[in-house]
Design a protein around this ligand. Structure first.
Ligand SMILES: *Cc1c(COP(=O)(O)O)cnc(C)c1O
Length: 234
């Protein structure tokens, strides 16, 4: 798998989507989603120039991060359970998958203990899929004032996973709705929220056209995901 060549192609496609939307390509961060990938893949992505990595399981991240070069930056993008909050606070520089007030309160408590502040995104289940985690839009707006008052958490924006579709254009209303929800949250907060994490390998161009500031790319960068992480060769 030629990660550098994949990255060049991805950057071209992001730049083209930005051009269509009149955006600066520098306003879009490409996150490498390294779940199920071994440390060698993370090293190859770092060598190709990427520094932002996403993991979806705390246990896997806890084993992998110490085996990767220290200049890699790590964000949590998967569903987080309360009993993993302590590890998550230690491992990640940002948590993208906050989806309830109870979880946010537990993160806040663990941040207090660790004397830290944690940036986070609120995950929204825009399409209301039963199989997915994330706030329903109405619940997000209802909880938002309480979330914004937690002293150890900083809300940086919203995240969503669009329903899978072979026709990415169909994801557009979901991305557009997330952008509108961000504006509604900004009204409640009285301050701007800089981040919209949306778009994956199959639909990132549409997400960029709709305002994504961070796209989460796994298979289009690394190739097909191994079923699980193999131990490091060395
Ligand atoms: C796996 C995953 C991705 C990346 O998916 P690809 O389709 O491989 O790009 C992005 N976001 C989340 C939350 C994921 O779990």
């Amino acid at each position: 798998m030629d990660i550098a060549a994949n990255l060049t192609a991805l950057r071209d496609r992001i730049a083209a989507a930005c051009a269509r939307a009149g955006r600066d390509p520098a306003s879009v961060t490409l996150m490498a989603v390294s779940k199920n990938q071994p440390p060698e893949a993370v090293r190859a992505a770092l060598d190709a120039g990427l520094t932002c990595f996403g993991e979806n399981r705390v246990q896997e991240a806890k084993a992998k991060i110490p085996l990767c070069p220290g200049r890699a930056r790590w964000q949590m993008i998967g569903h987080l359970q309360s009993n993993k909050c302590r590890d998550a606070v230690a491992l990640f520089e940002l948590i993208q998958s906050v989806d309830s007030l109870a979880l946010a309160q537990e993160l806040n408590r663990q941040c207090e203990k660790a004397a830290k502040t944690m940036p986070m995104l609120l995950e929204v289940n825009v399409a209301g899929e039963a199989s997915k985690f994330g706030y329903r839009p109405a619940a997000l707006l209802a909880d938002f004032p309480a979330l914004s008052r937690l002293p150890r958490l900083e809300i940086h924006g919203l995240m969503t996973i669009a329903p899978y579709t072979p026709a990415p254009e169909r994801a557009r209303p979901v991305f557009r709705r997330l952008r509108e929800l961000k504006a509604e949250c900004e009204q409640l907060l009285g301050a701007p929220l800089p981040q919209l994490s949306m778009g994956m390998s199959g639909d990132f161009e549409v997400a960029v056209e709709e305002g994504a500031t961070l796209v989460r790319i796994g298979t289009a960068l690394f190739g097909p995901r191994p079923a699980k992480v193999e131990p490091a060769a060395d």
